[in-house]
Design a protein around this ligand. Structure first.
Ligand code: SF4
Length: 221
């Protein structure tokens, strides 16, 4: 089986049984000061050509590996246009007709230019779960870590996901407000989750496995 991974490849823990299909490399935003997932040189953002994706799907079929779930990697596959996502889902359904769930990470901004009708169509093609890294519901924390989102933009995306009949799994990063902004980080994150009512919510803990240089060197920190 040939899967042309550009490492490192990340996936949510609950996708451990899924085929990880790398339809994009890296993250088109890549500015969050706490995140070093896609900072290596080889992880510069770029979509994978449709032909390459189809070659990988064919090789999965030839391997005989049973596939029930597919996760679209990397960090923001949902930045692709509706047309590109539609073509990718059509290929997955063609080569792997037994697939029951397709999921992806999703930045709130990825959905700004997609209508509920388009998202509904993608859901009908199997894309039914969005992992949304809200990280915080506090606008000051979000601004300081350069998330590029707000309480309002996060809620708008989560509501669109619900209206399209998809499920959302949200990540909130404990510790992201530091000591100074801890209380507002907690309260506004809770208020965002209460307003959005995602199906799944994970509270993770911010950590810096590669050191704090990227985080601390930002002028807002
Ligand atoms: S949007 Fe997600 S993947 Fe991209 S830099 Fe921010 S946390 Fe990392």
């Amino acid at each position: 089986m040939y899967l042309g991974y550009i490492e490192p490849v990340f996936r949510p823990p609950s996708e451990w049984k899924s085929l990880i299909l790398q339809v994009t490399n890296g993250c088109s935003w890549n500015r969050c000061t706490f995140c070093e997932m896609y900072t290596a040189d080889q992880k510069t953002f770029r979509p994978k050509p449709q032909g390459d994706i189809e070659k990988e799907l064919k090789s999965v079929v030839q391997s005989g590996m049973p596939v029930n779930r597919v996760f679209l990697a990397d960090g923001d596959a949902m930045t692709l246009s509706f047309r590109r996502l539609e073509a990718i889902l059509a290929a997955i359904n063609h080569y792997l007709p037994d697939v029951q769930r397709i999921s992806s990470y999703c930045l709130p901004r990825n959905l700004k230019n997609k209508t509920v009708a388009e998202l509904t169509q993608l859901r009908e093609m199997g894309l039914s779960l969005m992992y949304v890294g809200c990280e915080s519901g506090d606008d000051e924390v979000l601004q300081r870590v350069q998330k590029g989102e707000t309480w309002d933009s996060s809620l708008a995306a989560l509501e669109k996901i619900r209206q399209a009949g998809m499920k959302s799994s949200v990540m909130i990063l404990n510790g992201l407000g530091g000591r100074l902004l801890s209380e507002q980080h907690a309260l506004n994150s809770a208020s965002l989750m209460n307003a959005a009512q995602p199906e799944y919510l994970s509270t993770l803990v911010v950590s810096f496995p590669l050191g704090m240089e990227r985080f601390c060197n930002h002028p807002l920190n």
